[in-house]
Structure formats: C-alpha cells, structure tokens
Write a protein that binds this ligand. Structure first.
Ligand code: ZN
Length: 316
C-alpha cells in the first residue's frame, strides 16, 4: 500500500491580500477556491492550484492574522517545494523574482537537482525544483502572465526539519511505506534523506533534514500548518486509518472537507500529516471556468452565507 504523492500543503497567512497577490500574480497559480475555515468561519481558507485544481498542486492558506510571525526551527515543515520544467524555467524564475523584488538565493543544487530558494512575503520558505521534464498529470494555469513552459507544475515535495532523523525515518518507511531514495550531507553539515512514495520523483517526495540546534519552530504567519498526501478513495483512506491505529498513532478519523475527505495525524509535536482523497475535487460546487471567483461554502454553511460574508474582509 502506497500513498500517491503530495495532495496539498496548508500554511498560515496574516494578510490575505498580499498572499493572493503573491501566489496568483507573482507565482502564477490559479485561485481555485475561496472559502472559509470550516472550524472558524471568520477566516478565509484560500486554495491556489493549477488550472484544474489537480490533487498535488494546491497550496492552501488559513487566514490567521491573530497569530504572531512564524518562528523557524526544528520539528517543522520547513520548506515547500514546487516543480518547474527544466533549466530554462529556473532561469526564467530568477529573472521574474528579481523583477518583482523578491530576494532569492540563486540556482543551486538540492538533493541532486537544480533548485531556486526564496521566501514568500510573510517568510514562508519556498523552493522551485527542476523536475527534469518528468510527466505532469495536471494542466498549468494559463490565466497568469507566466509562459506555460515555465509555469509551476504543482508540488515537488516538502522539506521537514526534525531533531531526530532516525525516528522520522522509521515512521516514514515502516508505517507510511516510503522508500529511502538518497542520503547526503548538506554543506551545513546536516544530514538529508530523501524519501519517496509510489516510486518517488517529482510530487512524490519528502526530504528530511536533521536539525538539532536552534530550538523548535513555533507556528505562525509564514509557517506551514500541515502537508497532505494523496489517497485514491474512501476505501484506501480507511485502510490507512486501520494501519495507523494498529501502530498506535491517533488520528482524527475521517473528516469531510467537501472538496476531499481528510484524515489527520500528528507525526511529532510540530508536524501534522493528512491523508486526503483525490475526489470529489474543487469543481464539486463551481464550474471549472469560474473556480474561485465567488466565496464558496459547503452546504452546511450555505444557510449562514450572509453572516459569513459580512465577517470577511474583501481580498481584492
Ligand atoms: Zn489539509
């Protein structure tokens, strides 16, 4: 039994307007869903993805402006990696980020691939990784001014910082059936292991760095709340739920998020994983053509639309 790659990454913003501008205009992603946090309807939940809202492409944000700034550290989902197609795409992004006054670290090598590191406006660490032209199941968004050949093609993976690499390795390989693909020592002296699910490669990797010093991260604006991995359907999710129960990892039980069904479990104090079904998807309540244009509410919140809309600040 294998997970099928990243499904989504959810992070925290304190400034939905700035966040929307950066992820849509600068990074060229499509806002595929503008909804509210189902547990706190005064806060937006924004989903940026490819043209189709394909699983494995959505970067989502909770609007939690009451939180302080994220404190980086160990025991966290430290970096979100997107994939782009080839060296020409990375070169394009160097120029584009410079033109937008986004500081970046130049093209370097990460886990054997060319990569470009930078931060979003609230300090979330991002990385574009050259996917070597690997097949891409989705369809890039053609509504931004990024040339289609250079557009972001969903996630490459995530980088976890953990205080104890062996402990995380056991969990990923023995419980979640990831395979160890690569092991190296970073220039900083820290150990990095690349783990892959379903064979690994773009969209199917988790990179784990052992970071022992500097203290633990504290989630805030600009930090990542959780990463979700793909399961095909309810039956596969239920099988994982049973497996997690067998090894004594407590889970949330299945939660219906309307666009997909979720199962959450904490793999450490600071790192939350989710297993999310591929369907029904973002076109469940809107047409593909108009995704994200109006505030979408799941049926159980629809009766409260007027009150919810009154409590939200317009984004644009
Ligand atoms: Zn999630």
């Amino acid at each position: 039994m294998q997970l099928h790659g990243l499904h989504h990454v959810t992070a925290v913003t304190g400034n939905p307007g700035l966040n929307h501008d950066f992820y849509t205009r600068v990074l060229g992603l499509r806002l595929v869903k503008k909804t509210v946090n189902q547990d706190d309807t005064s806060a937006y939940h924004l989903f940026y993805a490819d043209k189709l809202g394909s699983p494995g492409t959505d970067m989502t944000f909770f609007d939690w402006s009451m939180l302080g700034a994220n404190r980086r550290g160990t025991d966290s989902i430290a970096t979100t990696q997107f994939r782009v197609n080839g060296a020409a795409a990375l070169n394009y992004w160097v120029e584009r980020l410079m033109a937008e006054n986004v500081q970046h670290e130049g093209i370097s090598t990460w886990a054997g691939r060319a990569a470009l590191r930078f931060d979003d406006p609230e300090g979330q660490r991002l990385m574009l990784v050259d996917d070597g032209g690997a097949p891409y199941e989705g369809e890039v968004w053609d509504g931004a001014d990024v040339p289609l050949d250079h557009a972001i093609r969903g996630f490459y993976g995530v980088v976890l910082h953990v205080p104890n690499l062996d402990r995380m390795a056991i969990l990923l390989t023995q419980v979640l059936n990831f395979a160890e693909l690569r092991r190296e020592t970073l220039p900083t002296g820290e150990a990095l292991i690349v783990f892959g699910m379903d064979g690994g490669g773009p969209g199917r990797e988790v990179h784990v760095v052992e970071v022992r010093s500097g203290g633990r991260a504290n989630l805030g604006r600009g930090g990542v709340h959780h990463v979700a991995f793909r399961v095909t359907d309810d039956a596969e999710q239920a099988a994982w739920e049973q497996r997690l129960a067998r090894v004594g990892l407590p889970t949330s039980g299945q939660i219906d998020r309307f666009y997909f069904k979720s199962l959450y479990f904490r793999v450490s104090e600071g790192i939350l994983f989710e297993l999310a079904t591929d369907g029904p998807g973002f076109a469940a309540d809107e047409s593909l053509e108009t995704l994200g244009e109006r505030l979408a509410l799941p049926p159980f919140l629809e009766p409260h639309r007027a009150q919810i809309e009154a409590g939200l600040k317009p984004i644009e």
